[in-house]
Design a binder for this molecule. Structure first.
Ligand SMILES: CC(C)(COP(=O)(O)OP(=O)(O)OC[C@H]1O[C@@H](n2cnc3c(N)ncnc32)[C@H](O)[C@@H]1OP(=O)(O)O)[C@@H](O)C(=O)NCCC(=O)NCCS
Length: 337
């Protein structure tokens, strides 16, 4: 095994479906209001794929953009990790189909399922492969088309989610830039709080199950909210403490975008302005595994991250899972943003 080395982000990309669904659009199909959605979640609109579109198709432009921004050819990618809880198929992995469509002929490819923490889990796996010298360039995708698994008669869940894909290329660092730690965790006792009861190998999609709408995503929003509000603060605390840092050393937090109130609560706990947290939930809703890489890409486009900055990627959600990764930013500034 080669010496341990740091992984740095050298390319990013994102893609969204064109179709916009506003809160007013949802008012027409479910018992909700624009005012409730904005005040309880911070969401104004989200994107939705249309009939005939797939997660694979949506992910291709984001992946190509990330590889081009990293100044790499597709055949230089050693590994593709696709984080998603809405893959096109249970088999084959979306990562394998993407490998083919991108022409990444030398890349191994697999899917990873850690729901809304998927991108942080996948980035942490990429970090280990690069640290050991097993891989040089790893393409990490976070992508979900959750509108495909939503029950549009259930107001508790259908207003919260949108579709999108974000991508990042991790490569070996030259100096002290890059991801310098990662903390992943799970509280499996809360697994049933975010669940699709039917359609996996445990329960087949019988006519009765489908009639009962059990093939759709079910969430226990209250419980997930309680978990998320506490865990975000706890993992920021732990990460800062074990690296002898304070929040003043952190330039920007790129959190999973589930609910603006979760981020406001974390800002309050640390007595810091909400501006320390990058927020775009108003435009996209909760895009699950895509939310962090999309937010990262947009933060770069807005010039909010510069060389030497320390940023924190923070994920939390289904599983229940959580994860945090601190990165000392390198030279990458996103030429196509
Ligand atoms: C879902 C969530 C926005 C609900 O916010 P909340 O303040 O906790 O709201 P509550 O669950 O207390 O519900 C309050 C009321 O609003 C109602 N309500 C729920 N969804 C509604 C909607 N879309 N429109 C209008 N009213 C709604 C509820 O029925 C409830 O009514 P009741 O008091 O008469 O029973 C919030 O809990 C949340 O964001 N949870 C995490 C979401 C999640 O799981 N994300 C995925 C993983 S990260």
């Amino acid at each position: 095994m080669k010496a341990l080395r740091r992984a740095v982000i050298t390319g990013t990309g994102m893609s969204l479906p064109d179709h916009v669904v506003t809160n007013q659009d949802l008012e027409k199909i479910v018992d909700t209001t624009d005012e409730w959605i904005i005040t309880r979640t911070g969401i104004r609109e989200r994107r939705q794929i249309q009939e005939g579109q797939t997660l694979l198709e949506l992910s291709i432009p984001a992946a190509k953009q990330a590889i081009a921004n990293a100044n790499l050819k597709p055949e230089e990618i050693d590994l593709i990790i696709f984080a998603s809880f809405t893959p096109d198929y249970q088999v084959p992995a979306t990562a394998c189909m993407l490998q083919d469509r991108l022409g990444c002929i030398h890349a191994a490819a697999f899917d990873l399922q850690a729901a809304c923490t998927g991108f942080v889990y996948a980035s942490s796996v990429a970090m280990q492969f690069i640290a050991t010298g097993n891989c040089n360039h790893v393409l990490v995708i976070g992508g979900d088309v959750t509108t495909r698994i939503l029950d549009f008669t259930d107001r508790n869940s259908c207003v919260l989610f949108g579709d999108g894909v974000g991508a990042a290329v991790f490569s070996p660092a030259q100096g002290d830039e890059g991801a310098f730690d990662s903390l992943l965790g799970a509280v499996g006792s809360g697994a049933e709080h975010i669940m699709i009861p039917v359609g996996g190998s445990a329960r087949r999609p019988t006519e009765e199950a489908i009639r009962n709408r059990e093939h759709y995503l079910k969430i226990n929003g209250k419980e997930v909210f309680k978990f998320s509000t506490k865990i975000v603060g706890d993992i920021i605390d732990e990460m800062l403490t074990r690296n002898n840092l304070t929040l003043d050393d952190v330039a920007l937090i790129i959190p999973h975008q589930a609910n603006i109130r979760i981020l406001e609560s974390a800002a309050k706990r640390f007595n810091c302005p909400i501006e320390k947290f990058y927020v775009n939930i108003d435009r996209y809703g909760n895009t699950v595994a895509a939310s962090i890489p999309m937010a990262l890409h947009e933060a770069l486009a807005e010039g909010r991250i510069k060389e030497g900055d320390i940023i924190l990627l923070i994920g939390f959600g289904g599983g229940l899972t959580y994860g945090i990764m601190p990165i000392r930013w390198g030279k990458y500034t996103c030429p196509t943003c």
